[in-house]
Write a protein that binds this ligand. Structure first.
Ligand code: MN
Ligand code: MN
Length: 457
């Protein structure tokens, strides 16, 4: 192979003993973040704690920022902005932005969820994000979220993570009786209204009234005794079923991590740790966004005005125009890409796919069918990022999300690029993306972290 040709580098092939230790050690901190932050609320709370430990102070609108300030804006407990104010002139140098998301595909409870059928208490659900529904049956599920009672009290819920907790469940057919279901397509095998959660089956036999001797009544009694809840409290609740799995090392060599919710906590953790670990004169903003999996809308999504409001606040602090700050800002949209899976090669084009353990995956454009819906980073900006990574010894690669016309997807990149901020996608290649248990390489998590450190330096 001559020096004239391009070839990906496998991180594990070139890492010495010291670097292998760094990679494996860094993965431990990431795994702890995964286990503690299975929803955007939990991931946000975890990152806020880390920010406070790193010296970050809460920001309030109207506050004038000064060089050296380290502030965070916790947007409704689900969306976090971390800002390091540098000594460089923001009007000329802009802001270096790392934007990832902390929501992941899952199964949400409906607002009137409870019912009983044939002696079993169930909850109705409406899934969140792009899931392959059949993957979510017959696995242990944990219930996470918040219940807002009528008196305003907020009940934080996380049931099913502790070994002693009960778990929840979606049933599927036994093979003996599944001939008809087997003849359906994978997408139709389990329907959206079939994702009903098993909650219990012990009736309330002590009830005075015969008609209250039901499983549902018993469930309501338990919820009331344990949490002071009544059924109407579900009306103002956000409760989600997530896999009750912990992050685990995968394989004899422990080079991979299997976990729920790599997409996109696998970029969120490197984004905020890179910010905390890097000494810089630049003004840096880390965004941990919510609602990416459902289109980035709403008050906590990337399209919320809060993003520009905060940029405006930075600009105003220095008497700069927000337009000038944005025009000179640069962003890495930190999100995952599909890792090349040797078991499913036909959906990716091998030259232009991201490979696990080959480093940070840069994606110039996303979209589908003719790059539709993509912000498509300019060659100039990709060239600039390429130089930053190469100069800092970051191992990186490039790849598209799938072969042409097979499918596609998007990220928060376009919403930031639409604000006149140069943006390119970069992240970790994921195997089985959006499945209850996804897989990434520890080497790639580490290289993405190094890439972010280099970008904000
Ligand atoms: Mn994502
Ligand atoms: Mn996703």
């Amino acid at each position: 192979m001559s020096e004239l040709s391009y070839k990906r580098t496998n991180v594990y092939e070139v890492a010495d003993e010291a670097k292998m230790k760094e990679i494996y050690d860094y993965a431990k901190g990431y795994a702890a973040f995964l286990d503690a932050g299975k929803t955007e609320r939990e991931a946000c709370a975890y990152a806020v704690k880390a920010a406070i430990a790193a010296g970050y102070k809460p920001y309030a609108f109207g506050q004038k920022l000064q060089p050296g300030d380290k502030v965070y804006y916790n947007n409704r407990g689900k969306n976090l902005y971390l800002i390091h104010v540098g000594s460089e002139d923001v009007a000329k140098c802009g802001i270096r932005i790392l934007a990832s998301h902390i929501d992941s595909p899952r199964i949400d409870l409906k607002q009137v969820p409870l019912y009983e059928a044939n002696g079993i208490a169930f909850a109705k659900t409406h899934y969140y994000g792009g899931i392959r529904k059949y993957q979510w049956a017959t696995i242990p599920l944990a219930l996470h979220g918040a219940v807002v009672k009528k008196n305003g009290e907020v009940l934080e819920v996380a049931i099913g993570e502790d070994e002693n907790d009960p778990i929840f469940y979606i049933s599927d057919l036994l093979p003996h009786l599944a001939a008809k279901q087997n003849a359906k397509t994978l997408g139709e095998g389990i329907g959206g209204e079939d994702l009903n959660i098993w909650l219990g089956n012990v009736p309330y036999t002590a009830a005075k009234d015969e008609k209250d001797k039901t499983v549902k009544e018993n469930l309501l009694r338990i919820l009331n005794e344990k949490y002071g809840m009544i059924e109407a409290d579900f009306l103002s609740a956000e409760l989600s079923l997530v896999p009750a799995f912990k992050a685990r090392d995968l394989g004899f060599d422990r080079g991979l991590i299997a976990a729920y919710g790599h997409d996109d906590r696998v970029c969120s953790y490197p984004a905020y740790t890179a910010l905390f670990d890097t000494k810089t004169d630049k003004t840096v903003m880390v965004v941990l966004a919510d609602k990416e999996e459902v289109g980035s809308d709403g008050v906590t999504g990337m399209q919320s005005a809060i993003f520009t409001d905060l940029i405006n606040a930075i600009a105003e602090s220095f008497g700069a125009s927000s337009a000038a700050v944005r025009a000179h800002s640069k962003c890495l949209s930190a999100d995952v890409n599909a890792g090349f899976d040797p078991n499913f090669t036909s959906v990716l084009e091998p030259l232009n796919a991201t490979y696990i353990s080959c480093g940070a995956g840069l994606t110039k454009f996303t979209g589908a069918r003719g790059k539709s819906g993509s912000s498509d980073a300019s060659a100039e900006f990709v060239g600039e990022v390429r130089k930053i990574f190469d100069d800092n010894g970051v191992i990186w690669q490039t790849g598209e999300l799938g072969a042409v016309d097979v499918g596609g997807g998007g990220t928060v990149a376009k919403f930031i690029a639409n604000m006149n901020i140069d943006t390119v996608d970069i992240g970790v290649p994921v195997i089985s993306m959006h499945a209850p248990y996804e897989v990434v390489s520890k080497a790639d998590v580490y290289e993405v972290y190094k890439a972010f450190c280099a970008f904000v330096k």
